[in-house]
Design a protein around this ligand. Structure first.
Ligand code: SF4
Ligand code: MSK
Length: 653
């Protein structure tokens, strides 16, 4: 693999030479050593659910056509696929549960350092959960909200309460199909039961359970994580920051925070600038303490504190290769097992902090919720003490400004005004064709793709065609590094209609909505757009599409499927884990649209991927009778004034 093909990120490319010194190679080297990868595994037609297997099905129709138990390719692929949903939903939801536990402690005053920062959202949640507000104290309301939140994970009868946030038509469809989640955990457990040897063999029936579990993630575990984090740490608002490895500071103690849960990283942010800590850093020879993030912990503390992004998933090893990272502090999910081995070549301390996520060779400092500030101080101290051990530093001079912090509430305010927030201007501009449609582009990096290339190609093509892009996860980081999250990106990259709207409102054409669990914000934005009116009466009517161009994790499959089950056409790049089973793939790519109004698709070529999304958006516009409005003329001054007037007249909602 030529180096250029590994990444389009200049910082990564600059460090490729250095990563050759890793004793275990870089992720790209290891990916090469894995070639050729097993075709049965790639096609989803290898089953190792019982010890009569592993059984593999010949995808070309010759023998073997069935496993020892008689399962065919479609049954095997369906079982594997919904097990991926279970894995992803479990990861998001267990994250949500961890937040709910700290929320409960904070509400009771048993977790110093944590408190209720967004009272308005707490009251909103209390109303959603049927918790009495009256003249009760914030603390009492929070205790009850925490109780209900914890209960949703283990509830047996459902339906889970956030389903009520979806359009009424969608709720009715879920009810009719029998896919309303009864409880977050129950649906995951039922997947594990149904996919055990000798239980559910029917791909359609298996997929209905996959649907129920995925909805329990998107409208359950993930949404709870987002909402409770917002209440504990405040709902994000637009914030200026920077992205890429150039944000590391040559003369400061660098602490890179990596993973997904903001519980500990919020405390590290709080203590890292304490005078005592800064004094210690200076005594160790550093000019200060610099925090930066990788993956979704990065997105969380970026959205709320403007802490810069060091990079995305495939940059975790490169960050260590700068020689400038005193501590890489990890919590849960998307951590490379290689980190301690890579760190052996440098002075970096890899510090694990979660009892459920340890890595052989790493230092473990257990995160104690009851004493979180002191856990954070211990970690910052360990980083400071490591500063004198630095060797050669090679920080690429690559970074880019960005604006993040677009919660769905913020988009509402920005569009409609602070006093009477509204999605109406967005709907109006979709109806009049200045904005062609809305796309959610999310997900990971994958060594099967040229790092970041597919995210950037898809997103640039979408905005050039007047499609506004909502982002989370590592896809958001890729676009931030490219400068697409700056208002000026509209003039440079967006089509004329989208550029006009962005310029008038002062927003970038690509909006950073947060971390992986914050894909729930995209669901809420979609529901709000439907409720605003004029674009049909269900999410499946919207000129909208979803995408994960470089996905790699089971979480991405769960997210993809809750988008599909919510009515969204969703395209994945890189690879697709069912292609060895044509019947099951046809169910996902075609028949599912008739069942839930959304469907899966796969397109590894990023330009064709974007074109498919645009074609779908156009199909939905035609169905809404909006195709004529889309024939846009370039805006003259009079039209610009008219647009500005529309926004000015928009305080009411
Ligand atoms: Fe083979 Fe069936 Fe066992 Fe799977 S469950 S390993 S297909 S015998
Ligand atoms: S971090 S799940 S690599 S988006 Fe959420 Fe990035 Fe994918 Fe992890």
């Amino acid at each position: 693999m030529a180096e250029k093909a590994r990444s389009v990120d200049r910082a990564c490319i600059e460090l490729m030479e250095e990563t050759k010194n890793f004793t275990i190679g870089s992720c790209w080297d290891r990916a090469e050593k894995q070639q050729p990868q097993c075709g049965f595994g790639l096609g989803g037609i290898c089953c190792r659910i019982c010890s009569m297997g592993p059984c593999q099905i010949n995808p070309f129709g010759d023998e073997p056509k069935r496993g020892v138990c008689g399962a065919d390719a479609d049954t095997i692929a369906a079982r594997n696929f919904i097990r991926m949903i279970a894995g992803g939903a479990a990861a998001h939801s267990d994250h949500g549960r961890g937040v709910a536990e700290v929320f409960q402690l904070a509400a009771k005053g048993e977790a110093p350092g944590y408190g209720i920062k967004d009272e308005q959202k707490l009251l909103q949640l209390a109303m959603d959960f049927g918790v009495e507000i009256g003249d009760r104290s914030v603390q009492d309301i929070a205790i009850d909200v925490g109780e209900v939140a914890m209960g949703i994970f283990g509830s047996q009868h459902g339906p889970i309460p956030f389903l009520k946030r979806a359009p009424l038509k969608r709720q009715a469809l879920w009810r009719e199909l029998g896919v309303e989640p009864r409880g977050v955990d129950r649906e995951i457990v039922e997947i594990m039961h149904r996919t055990h040897i000798g239980v559910d063999m029917d791909p359609e029936n298996l997929m209905l359970q996959g649907t129920r579990a995925a909805l329990g993630d998107g409208w359950g575990g993930s949404m709870l994580a987002t909402e409770l984090q917002d209440i504990l740490f405040h709902t994000p608002t637009p914030t200026l920051s920077r992205a890429n490895l150039g944000v590391l500071e040559a003369e400061q103690v660098n602490i890179v925070i990596h993973g997904h849960e903001p519980l500990l990283s919020e405390m590290i942010v709080a203590v890292s600038q304490e005078p005592e800590m800064l004094k210690k850093a200076k005594a160790a020879g550093a000019k200060g303490i610099n925090l930066a993030g990788i993956c979704c912990t990065a997105n969380e503390i970026l959205m709320r504190h403007g802490v810069p992004l060091a990079g995305n998933f495939l940059q975790q090893e490169s960050a260590i290769a700068t020689g400038a990272v005193e501590a890489m502090v990890v919590d849960i999910q998307c951590l490379f097992a290689s980190l301690p081995k890579v760190a052996e070549c440098y002075h970096t301390k890899v510090i694990t902090t979660a009892a459920k996520a340890k890595i052989p060779g790493a230092t473990h400092i257990q995160f104690e919720e009851h004493d979180a500030l002191n856990t954070a101080r211990k970690i910052v101290n360990a980083a400071i003490e490591n500063f004198p051990n630095r060797g050669k530093v090679r920080i690429p001079d690559v970074e880019c400004d960005l604006i993040a912090g677009f919660s769905h509430e913020t988009i509402n305010y920005l569009l409609g005004g602070v006093f009477r927030a509204s999605y109406k201007p967005l709907n109006d501009n979709i109806i009049n064709g200045r904005i062609r449609g809305v796309a959610g582009v999310v997900g990971c990096n994958n060594t099967k793709c040229t790092h970041d290339n597919d995210h950037l190609t898809v997103v640039k093509e979408l905005i050039a065609n007047d499609v506004i892009v909502l982002q989370t996860g590592c896809s958001a980081i890729a676009c931030a590094k490219e400068g697409l999250m700056l208002p000026e990106a509209a003039a440079k990259h967006a089509g004329p209609g989208l550029a006009e709207v962005c310029e008038t409102v002062g927003i970038p054409p690509v909006l950073h909505m947060g971390s992986c669990v914050d894909n729930s914000r995209i669901l809420m934005a979609a529901a709000a757009v439907v409720k605003e009116g004029g674009l049909g009466d269900d999410i499946s009517d919207l000129p909208a599409a979803g995408s994960a161009p470089e996905w790699m994790s089971e979480k991405a499959i769960s997210i993809g499927h809750y988008f599909v089950a919510s009515g969204v056409y969703t395209v994945f790049g890189a690879t697709f884990p069912t292609l060895g089973a044509p019947g099951f793939t046809d169910l996902l790519f075609n028949k599912y649209e008739k069942i839930v109004g959304g469907k899966w698709d796969f397109e590894p070529d990023p330009l064709a991927h974007a074109r498919k999304m645009i074609d779908h958006i156009d199909k939905k516009r035609r169905a809404l009778g909006l195709d004529k409005a889309k024939e846009r003329v370039l805006m003259d001054m009079a039209a610009r004034r008219e647009l500005e007037k529309e926004f000015e007249e928009q305080p009411a909602g």
